[in-house]
Design a protein around this ligand. Sequence first.
Ligand SMILES: Cc1cc2nc3c(=O)[nH]c(=O)nc-3n(C[C@H](O)[C@H](O)[C@H](O)COP(=O)(O)OP(=O)(O)OC[C@H]3O[C@@H](n4cnc5c(N)ncnc54)[C@H](O)[C@@H]3O)c2cc1C
Length: 530
Amino acid sequence: MAVLTIQEVSAHNSESDCWIAIHGKVYNVTSFLKDHPGGKRILLKVAGTDASKEFEKFHSAAVLPKFGPSLYVADLASIFPVAKKEASNAIFTNAPGLGLFGDGAPFAQPAWYQDTFSPYYKDSHRRLRNWVRQWIAENRWADKSDAWEEVVRSNRKPDEEAFTSMGIAGLTRGITGRIAWKKQPYPNIPDLPCGIAEDEFDYFHCLILWDELSATPLISVNNSQPYGIVPVMRFAKPALRERVVPKILRGEETMAIAITEPGAGSDVSNISATATLSEDGKHFIINGEKKWITNGVWADWLMTAVRTGGPGAGGITLLLVPRGPGLTTRPMETMGGILSGTAFVTFDNVKCPVENVLGEVNNGFKALLSNFNHERWTIIVSAVRNARRCYSEALHYAHRRQTFGKNLIDHPIIRDKFAQMVRQIESTATWLESATYQLNNMRPEIIPERMGATLALLKVQATKTFEFCAREAAQIMGGIAVTKGGTGGTVEKLYRGVRASAIAGGSEEVMGDFGMRQSLKVAKAMGVKL
Ligand SMILES: Cc1cc2nc3c(=O)[nH]c(=O)nc-3n(C[C@H](O)[C@H](O)[C@H](O)COP(=O)(O)OP(=O)(O)OC[C@H]3O[C@@H](n4cnc5c(N)ncnc54)[C@H](O)[C@@H]3O)c2cc1C
């Protein structure tokens, strides 16, 4: 690794040879002068110098990983004696094996990344966290959003690598939940990530993956894979299971869940898409519409709820429908963007083999309910991470934006906004870890009844926290957080994603009501008298 002194850098100070140093790294920005969004003049002003302070005033931390690697020349020789830095660290460092992970900004990362003790995370969790963050950085997944959005807008699937990379690395298995952590009966699926043994892999490993991947577009494009595959693993006939599951877990094929209709959302038992048996009894013929189907634009398989019997939950069957004649999907551009491939789906006499029933005819509601808890838990994990991202973006910005002669962070009213965000993020994250510990330890067969209420109420808490943090972060950042792209672009985009997490997977009102009803039901069943 080359190291240059600031004197050496200072020789490169002209339009034909322009180098600058930022955060200890030297960049040759000569070819970038014409592309710099703020114009070349501002770069030439700091040519040949350490421009870290000027850079921080106008850019978010996300800019350097995007443009930096192609312009990097060398590291900048440190002007501070290393020993002094180590000595000051030692005062605060907690214990060997802990330490800071991430940028170290207080509360911007989960507590256990911040040199604190935790009963939940062991060495394999730390290894996985370090590995997945490096995997994300090396592959530059966070930078792929814009290109993939363009592809989806034209009703096409993002690059295959968006799916196969997740599959090959074992990440699709990792984010799916307990049933996918066992390799049997699918010998041809990839190993779990980071070499973690299947009997060691637990919900905290799964949490780490959802948490870290939430900051990339990979979660949006792969969103329905882990939700859709579980009912197939649990309820499909062996031949169908063996045909579909390995391909989904390897990322070679994709799934969507088609339940909601224009006329039936929260009230799932009211769906009206029909499936009738063909004359030869070999197929169901499906007619109807489904709306807001995540990843539906490109899904090879749609796990579809249809009416085969009378009204209500008792007349619903779950079918695994392959893409084929009569099935059309068209993209719906939602407030949160286009990357999830949200689709309006039309079934016009679509044929689905009778072998593709998941569970029993007219008993599909049971199969449907079986995965709601995992879906809600993943939305909670992502909402907490996204709340932190809003907080973190605003915190960094508040250290460089000056108003009335002070940095924003030096105004007490602004500090209080951060305090309100932190107390909500940390209490929600702590409840999430407690719930995750229950998922690890509770007998799987009682999880749906016992954890349903907690996860429903926690989902409300998490999405309200995300909403609060998006609002406050945008308020702190002012106009730039109302502007697409640039320094405030991350918060602007996250803010638009709030409603989707508060509505999809069970909306706040319905979750609150269900959470209370379910917890009272469980208490009663356990003999509690109120
Ligand atoms: C981004 C996104 C992705 C989605 N992905 C999928 C998907 O992949 N597959 C799929 O099948 N569906 C998907 N959905 C649909 C989602 O599940 C529904 O939007 C959700 O269930 C709510 O249904 P609805 O939008 O029809 O609202 P409605 O059911 O019409 O409710 C409207 C409002 O009234 C409130 N409300 C409803 N009933 C009550 C009540 N009894 N008491 C008090 N308040 C009530 C709700 O909370 C909501 O605020 C997605 C939705 C979004 C926004």
